[in-house]
Ligand binder design. Structure first.
Ligand code: AMP
Length: 503
């Protein structure tokens, strides 16, 4: 009887009396203690009628119990379905209707709002609060501290993660045991994780980055995690001395750079800093290296594919690139159905054991995004540099077509970001009566700087072809970002929609 993911990640915790989770209070949970939590929750799920293949949805705060619920779902052969804690009731209604989970785990403060929705979609509600209290923990008391995992095959589903849904409805990416395990194995190897590693974990666990990249890699390598409920720069600096590795989104690094405590000395014990989920500015990479002497290792992936590429551990880590395909993962760049020449921009396509099993109950959407020869079309645009490092140029849907000419916003952003007085920028296309779309820039000044929008545009005027230059720009204090640090361009497009068309 095997259960690939449970056998690889959780079974080895048995007999481990050293800390697995180190909490901000200083309290620790041993591997064996954590495995008992997992077993007790698995018995609760079984008693609640969970059958192999059933979905268990969890919209809960990050806690040791929330992570144990993931392990328990895997043990019972269920499909774990973590949900962003920011989703409101109307969004939950859609997810519950689409995924029809057997169980919904939520905070007790949300029960009144969510119970009617859960009832409508046939899900039973159990509570789990940020401090670990609730129905789930109460029901776990007195349950056996060991469990025999339900047998599963490599191609059985272990999780469904809804994509952030920047266009249209969010889709449930079906991830198999083999998808998750193959990717964790590749990353443990590539990033040299061992049982001596302590990962500082400040990411949310409803997303592929925090749950699969961070937790699966740490569990598979039998390391430990400093378990923060969320990112807080002061807390990270306080707890960093206990860690050897940190994984973060780019915003973590920009916030840490604002802390004078971040120095070569305060990071001397670290082995590795990894960044992903959104582009890390070359400027942030350089500033972090100057302050700490660490070159942040940037990698690229997505919910549907797990991790795709990574900068090398030993070789040069090139700022502004996401490195090379992971072992076993094929990447190609195509435009108009043909592979592009080296140096040219193409749509990034991926094939390998990491690529998901399709969108839950949306075979036509899955088919749209898969090529006949089994590559997943990521929707990202990329280019290979002279040494074969992949550079992400932007999203296909962010591409601005102005007067029939293609403009890659990232290229314009890179030009703007190095103008004196500019911290960062987001370039979007807005409806324009004459050009169809016009290039528009939203610029964030450096703290204390007060550049004029027109003056910033004048600086880049001789660096970019005229059609690429923004036709207008605004200055703002900050760009709208989601919890994973991604700039929300759809929100910017909505805000400035009428700029050129007088709407
Ligand atoms: P998600 O499915 O939420 O993880 O989002 C995946 C998307 O995030 C990818 O398709 C990319 O557009 C973006 N992304 C992830 N990592 C990087 C990176 N290192 N640089 C640029 N974009 C990234």
């Amino acid at each position: 009887m095997t259960n690939p993911l449970f056998d690889a990640l959780f079974v080895p915790l048995a007999g481990r009396h050293d800390p697995l989770l180190i909490l901000p209070s200083g309290k620790t949970i041993s591997g064996a203690g954590f495995l008992e939590m997992v077993a007790r929750l698995a018995h609760v799920f079984i008693a609640a009628g969970v059958q192999p293949g059933d979905r268990i949805a969890a919209q809960v705060a990050k806690s040791p119990q929330a992570l144990a619920a993931y392990g328990a779902a895997v043990a019972t052969g269920a499909v774990f379905l973590p949900l962003n804690t920011g989703y409101r009731a109307a969004e939950l209604d859609y997810f519950l209707g689409n995924a029809t989970p057997r169980l919904l785990l939520c905070d007790s403060a949300e029960v009144a709002a969510l119970a009617p929705l859960a009832a409508r979609h046939g899900a039973r509600v159990m509570t789990l609060d940020a401090d670990g209290a609730g129905d789930l923990t109460r029901a776990a008391e007195g349950q056996p501290g060991t469990v025999r995992p339900v047998a599963r095959g490599a191609d059985d589903l272990a999780a469904i993660l809804y994509t952030s849904g920047t266009t249209g409805r969010s889709k449930g990416a079906m991830l198999t045991h083999a998808n998750l395990l193959s990717n964790a194995e590749a990353l443990v190897d590539l990033w040299r994780f061992t049982d001596q590693d302590v990962l500082l974990h400040a990411l949310p666990i409803y997303h592929t980055h925090g749950l699969f990249v961070a937790c699966n890699v740490s569990l598979l390598s039998r390391g430990a995690m400093v378990w923060l409920p969320q990112f807080d720069a002061a807390e990270v600096m306080r707890l960093l001395p206990q860690a050897t590795v940190m994984m973060g989104v780019p915003t973590f690094y920009t916030r840490l750079l604002a802390d004078p405590e971040l120095t070569r000395d305060s990071t001397a014990h670290m082995r590795l800093f990894v960044s992903g989920s959104a582009p890390l500015l070359a400027e942030t990479h350089a500033a972090f290296a100057a302050r700490t002497h660490y070159l942040i290792l940037e990698r690229y992936g997505m919910t549907e594919t797990n991790m795709i590429t990574s900068n090398p551990y030993d070789g040069a880590r090139r700022a502004g690139t996401v490195g090379f395909p992971l072992p076993g993962v094929e990447v190609r760049l195509r435009a108009g159905g043909q592979e592009v020449a080296p140096g040219d921009v193409g749509g990034i396509e991926v094939r390998g054991p990491n690529v998901f099993a399709g969108y839950w109950q949306m075979p036509e959407k899955t088919a749209e995004d898969m090529t006949a020869d089994g590559f997943f079309v990521t929707g990202d645009l990329g280019r290979l540099d002279d040494q074969g490092y992949l550079e992400i140029v932007g999203r296909q849907k962010d591409l601005v077509i102005t007067g029939g000419l293609n403009v890659y916003p990232r290229e314009v952003e890179e030009a703007l970001d190095v103008v004196p007085g500019v911290l960062e920028s987001a370039v979007i296309g807005l409806p324009h009566p004459d050009f169809g779309e016009a290039v528009f820039a939203v610029i964030v000044p450096l703290p204390g700087a007060a550049p004029q929008a027109a003056a910033v545009l004048a600086v880049i005027a001789d660096q970019l072809a005229r059609f690429k230059q923004p036709k207008a720009a605004v200055l703002v204090d900050a760009l709208p970002r989601n919890a994973m640090g991604k700039v929300q361009k759809a929100a910017l497009r909505a805000t400035y929609a009428g700029w050129f068309s007088g709407g």
